[in-house]
Design a protein around this ligand. Sequence first.
Ligand SMILES: [Zn+2]
Length: 340
Amino acid sequence: MTLSLILVGSCATLSQKEKITAIKIKIAFNDKEIVKKYASTITSEELKVHVYDLTKDEFNGRMTGTKGHNAACAFIRDYYINEKISAPPKDDDYFQEIPKSYFSKKINASQNVIAYLKGKEKPEELLVISGHSDHEGVIDGEIYYGADDNGSGTSAIMEIAQAFKMAYDDGYKPKRSIAFLHATGEEIGLYGSRYYTEHPLFPIENTVANLNIDMVGRVDNRHSKNPNYIYIIGSDRLSTELHYISEAANATFSDLELDYKYNSENDPNRYFQRSDHYNFALKGVPTIFYFNGVHEDYTKPTDTADKLNYKLLEKRTRLIFSTAWYLANSEKRVVVDKKL
Ligand SMILES: [Zn+2]
């Protein structure tokens, strides 16, 4: 009895290992040089310009529903217009309007900003790259700039979109469509991403994955001695394959330390539930949350643009770009083999 149980146990373990080996073997970047070429267009200098722009005084800390946040959303929209990156077919002015009634009473109507690249072979399948555009606004007369939270992620998306557009114009159109989603209302309860997942561009089951970027420009205490890291959260919750795609992208292009500390299901911080990817995961979409952890300026007016490590932001953004490239171009869409 005991013996046979042990045997069954070890067989199960072996086959799990075999399954993972089979998944890993299939993951290959065939277009390495092309990915590198366009990843190199993502630069610390441009990221820095975007973060400074997004944290201007006139945006007043980008509180959802305020004039300042609306102006920031218009700024993001105008960036896509200038870059000639189109709006999605459904929201052709780049704004997905969210009515006041969707929010709690105190919040005005607001909008997600969405830009879009149409896939060449499977346009009905969609990769969503997201990050929230809002922050905490003005509290007691002080502007909460939110340079890391989430000027960093917003800038990363803008640069990733530009890199994909350059590739697109050179004839390297992605197989699948890509949406660049700047979600509103994250700080007050993940509203924008929830609204999006309830009103997606295409039926939500056509969304192959969501890469969500929220705070990627700073270094936390745990990594003060070796800042070459990023926390990866949720990559294996719905898809074993997604987890290994992320690792392969890093091994091939980035060589960052992928820290899984906060990926533990028992982690008391529950970060997996605390940013926009969670609404996608709830709908069965595999997600990765990219995060640098908290620091002394987190949710303080002192989260300013001068404190970001822009070289590190560049490196992390390039990792996300190469992972996105794979997900948009792989022969088969990433396999979902788990449930939350
Ligand atoms: Zn955030």
